[in-house]
Design a protein around this ligand. Sequence first.
Ligand SMILES: [Zn+2]
Length: 287
Amino acid sequence: MNGNSLEPTCRDCGQPISFHAGETRPARCEQCFDGFLRARDVEFLSSYAELGVTSRRTIAETCFRALAMDNPPHRKVLAMNIMEQYVHTASDLIGLYAALKQRGRQPVMRAFLEFKLDHPTALGFFREVANTPAHEMLASLGLPVPEALAERCPSLSKSDVRDLKRAMNQLLYDLAYTVNPGESAALALAQMAGESRIGPALANQSMWLDSVGLRKDQVASFSLDQRRRTVNVTAISVDEKKLENVISSINAMTRAAENMIYAVLTMYQEDERSGQSSRRTGRAAKR
Ligand SMILES: [Zn+2]
């Protein structure tokens, strides 16, 4: 009899893993999975910063450019897609912020990928950014105030300190800009984010639903609200000025995420360097 097929073991530590018959066989135990993710947090962040972080902006800007020359039905689809990218960008930024804040407790990669934007997380972020002094907010992300950078990161050159200082001030500005529209924006974001994961269904008219019609320049997305047993309708108008503001918000949030990762990775690198040098001096002292 083959014992392996009866008792699956963790790929990393070799301990037996329990799982119920009919379930997918796990590759590793829960503990090793956390370790696996944690060991890759820094690589994940730098790789995500190279491409993923700007992906929503790329789609939104492409839609916005196409908007100018497309016919009315297509314009509606593009406008709604820009709104969707706005929600995705916010979800990415708020998820990143939450994941970095709790670093050390669970892998950043897990917290980020499992993050879900909903009413409490959206409102919590808007309130926290609006009401927390800058130095406290930075400290919760593991960052010093911009003025203390040179002291915190002695291995950085003067120009690196200057660049990072600029990035961190920009980060604070962009975070404030993001929450500036207030809590109604947070609630709207959460509602749109709560819609189905594959994206909502779009419609040109909503009269058939509950006798509330759309204007000619509007487009609506529909989704089921199972909890309230109702259908959520999010209507937006294809107004280039308004969409331009949405693009500005997407830009600010994308830049905030980029600068946040840049600053956090710099701290990781600094700690790595000082850890290595203190280990070296430690060894030298013993000899
Ligand atoms: Zn294991």
